[in-house]
Ligand binder design. Structure first.
Ligand code: PGA
Length: 251
């Protein structure tokens, strides 16, 4: 089974000079005991892959088709060719900014798998949905629609990111995170039958910072984090990686 995963999502941030942060991160973790992934903007994937050392590089989206008349889009094959091993799909900002549906995310996941990329599939409820008490229904529907048959621990990671926790400094209570991850684990076990699928990693995302990472990583069924803002600076992300390493070894 793959190990724990600390994933950074740079979103629409970063130019060539930002690769210095990646180089520092790589120097800080020459032999990591957890998997480390950075997803820079597409323009930097190739250069980042060259500078990454033991750190894996991913895209932030891909098209469902392999090539063709889709101006401005990027295929999974192109990401793979540029050196990516992973791709984030269905991030709430893509679902909101670009109206991505579960079906579209599902089709992109198939494209990612066909190119040999690991799909990091994002799901999450809005504040209104959590307050209405429909979080599990919303997440169940997203999982059902976005995660294709054939999902395995080796080709898929689920990132649970409450929309209201992204970039806000707010996080759910630790009990809420535990309950939600347990729901996701149960849902995956019920819908994806192989033992391999049962080991799929479930990341928590949304305002993960150096000062809250350890308590989140101590929770059951939290296999790492998807980190936005705190992945931009090597010092912050290194602290999160260290917290994940400590949780994985029980230190
Ligand atoms: P944040 O973003 O860590 O800045 O809240 C998380 C994400 O959107 O992946």
């Amino acid at each position: 089974m793959p190990g724990k995963l600390a994933a950074g999502n740079w979103k629409m941030n970063g130019v060539s000079a930002s690769l210095a942060q990646l180089e520092t991160l790589a120097a800080n973790h020459p032999d990591p005991s957890v998997e480390i992934l950075i997803c820079p903007p597409a323009t930097l994937v190739s250069k980042a892959a060259d500078a990454a050392g033991p750190i894996r590089i991913g895209g932030q989206d891909c098209h469902a088709n392999t090539s063709g008349a889709h101006t401005g889009d990027i295929s999974a094959d192109m990401l793979k060719d540029a050196g990516a091993t992973h791709v984030i799909l269905g991030h709430s900002e893509r679902r909101t900014d670009h109206g991505e549906t579960d079906q579209q995310v599902h089709d992109k996941v198939l494209a990612a798998w066909a190119s040999g990329l690991v799909a990091v599939i994002c799901i999450g409820e809005t504040l209104e949905e959590r307050e209405k008490g429909v979080t599990n229904q919303v997440l169940g529907k997203q999982l059902e629609g976005s995660v294709p048959d054939g999902a395995l621990a080796a080709n898929t990671v689920i990132a649970y990111e409450p929309v209201w926790a992204i970039g806000t400094g707010k996080i759910p209570s630790l009990d809420e995170i535990t309950q939600t991850h347990s729901f996701i684990r149960g849902f995956l076990a019920a819908h994806h039958e192989t033992a391999e699928a049962h080991g799929m990693r479930i990341l928590y995302g949304g305002s993960v910072k150096p000062d809250n990472a350890s308590e989140i990583f101590a929770l059951n069924n939290v296999d790492g984090a998807l980190v936005g803002g705190a992945s931009l600076k090597a010092a912050d992300f290194s602290a999160i990686v260290n917290a994940l390493e400590a949780s994985a070894t029980g230190v």
